[in-house]
Design a protein around this ligand. Sequence first.
Ligand SMILES: Cc1cc2nc3c(=O)[nH]c(=O)nc-3n(C[C@H](O)[C@H](O)[C@H](O)COP(=O)(O)O)c2cc1C
Length: 251
Amino acid sequence: MRKRSELAPIRRGNVGVASVADQRFSPAVDPQRGAPPQPPKGIVSPMETWDAIRARRNVRAYEDRPIPAEHLERILEAAWRTPSSLNEQPWAFLLCTDREKLRQLAETWRHAHHVAGSAATVVLIAPIPADQDTRDWIFYDMGQATISMMLAAADLGIGSSHAALDDQALARRMFGLPEDRFCVGLVAFGYPVDRPLQPIARPNRRPLDTRSSTANDGDARSPRTMLLLEMAERTKATVLKGPSTQGRRHR
Ligand SMILES: Cc1cc2nc3c(=O)[nH]c(=O)nc-3n(C[C@H](O)[C@H](O)[C@H](O)COP(=O)(O)O)c2cc1C
């Protein structure tokens, strides 16, 4: 049975990203769990990133209240810190909080209605790629920036949601984008209307069983998950266990 304290809503200070330089977000003392464990000397205190990872979900209905400026800055800083292929940082992050603009942004894609009611939405802008390969890496990099922002937001109790963007012409007009730029997508932010963010015990995902994995288990795992686990098994068998691999190790 999961302890109540493990399912406490995420709020600022509860799941703080604590670092030596930033004491404002050190984890608060939880009356049920007591003081958070202290890290060994010389090691930055543990970040409870795991709670933010488990609590993030797509939130598409938001309270009508603004996100404090310092929290928006933190979300944008998370984007800025994101790694990118060759460190090219192929992005600009445009923060939009103007209600009318948010409503217009919601019109750029049929599954972007929620953007209209968000407290803030980040528009992901990138150079128009010269080829498919460059495009693929841009989307990979932007995906990373997206999840970084979402986790930073979750850490502050702020909900988020993806949205694609179809009507490039409208977005171009709205923000006066240069011809060589396009919008990759939108990330909407706001406080959830339904319930605060809290770690989700059973997320809506295909089953994943990490206990053991052979192709012969005969259980109902998804083909994709099974494939990954099988590959791990095979690799282990070939590289670490197989007698025939001796001569191949140092290739
Ligand atoms: C690349 C990508 C694009 C998405 N586009 C949209 C979108 O246009 N509109 C929307 O409402 N949700 C969008 N989503 C959200 C997914 O539907 C959502 O992440 C998925 O259902 C899992 O739910 P969860 O995020 O709550 O775990 C998108 C997610 C990803 C990763």
